[in-house]
Design a protein around this ligand. Structure first.
Ligand code: LER
Ligand code: MN
Length: 279
């Protein structure tokens, strides 16, 4: 049986305790936290985690333009490294296993500097951050993003090349089926290629709604994750259907991502687990 967690990005506008209670009721054993430690009440968070017996599974880093690992500005690059280290500290304090890593600001879709130089900055930063993660008992997960959110690492083959160059056990490859449905030829095949380098999983359907609300066939994907021997968390990172990934969350909100999708997402994958023989 997988360990399931739900990304609280879509719970914006409510107290963290409310989200954790909802997640626990729906049968999850983990909660995926937004990488904004300074905006979160850690005492309230810890108490809700204890009360509902839910683990902090993972931290999703938020790469704003001020946190761009490959910015042409040395100050911004340094700030991005400091930011990810802060998320690693946060993960270590809460016992979360994984921090997500992508070496560009989200929705920056053209390079500022020479792309070979950007790649080299990214490899250096990932090496430094992976070492820091290892010292703190945390692992980084390199998440390729689709072409509308980044230009540097969009596909599995690029991510695996990057990981070869970083060459650290403290950073692995991350699946996000929404991005992969845009960029990969065969999602299951790409997961098989990543094999034991798999470090974290984001499931979402083709429209970023809960699995089952779009047109992705999750069965071969789940089978490939199992065949990879993956023992980490399965997270649902579901987001509203909008080009501006973050803007819509601070607007009117998206109520279906709360009770309806939280319950539907885990039920959908558990049904696949049962069909595949109670993995
Ligand atoms: C973050 O996990 C992600 O998948 C990005 O699309 C967020 O912009
Ligand atoms: Mn993701």
């Amino acid at each position: 049986m997988f360990r399931y967690t739900y990304n609280t990005l879509v719970y914006s506008g409510e107290a963290i305790e409310t989200g954790i209670e909802r997640i626990a009721k729906a049968g999850y054993s983990g909660v995926e936290l937004v990488g904004e430690p300074e905006q979160q009440d850690e005492a309230a968070l810890r108490s809700a985690l204890n009360q509902h017996r839910v683990a902090a599974s993972s931290i999703v880093s938020i790469y704003t333009p001020e946190r761009d690992i490959v910015s042409s500005s040395p100050e911004v690059r340094a700030n991005a490294i400091k930011y990810v280290k802060g998320n690693i500290d946060y993960a270590a304090r809460l016992g979360a296993e994984v921090v997500t890593f992508t070496p560009t600001a989200c929705m920056k879709i053209v390079p500022e500097a020479d792309i070979k130089q950007e790649w080299a900055w990214a490899v250096d930063a990932a090496g430094e951050l992976a070492a820091y993660a290892g010292e703190n008992g945390v692992r980084l997960a390199l998440e390729p993003w689709n072409r509308y959110e980044t230009y540097l690492i969009n596909r599995t083959e690029q991510a695996l090349q990057f990981l070869d160059e970083v060459d650290s056990p403290h950073i692995g490859y991350m699946v996000d089926t929404f991005h992969m449905s845009i960029e990969e030829r065969d999602i299951a095949e790409s997961i098989r290629k990543a094999g034991n380098r798999l470090a974290h999983v984001h499931l979402a359907d083709t429209n970023r709604a809960a699995p089952g609300y779009g047109h992705l066939d999750f069965e071969p994907i789940i089978q490939a994750i199992v065949d990879a021997g993956y023992k980490g968390w399965i997270s649902y990172e579901l987001l509203p259907a909008a080009g501006d990934v973050w803007g819509v969350l601070s607007g009117a909100g998206a109520p279906e991502f709360k009770d309806e999708y939280t319950a539907a997402a885990i039920q959908h994958t558990r049904a696949i687990e049962r069909r595949l023989g109670g993995l």
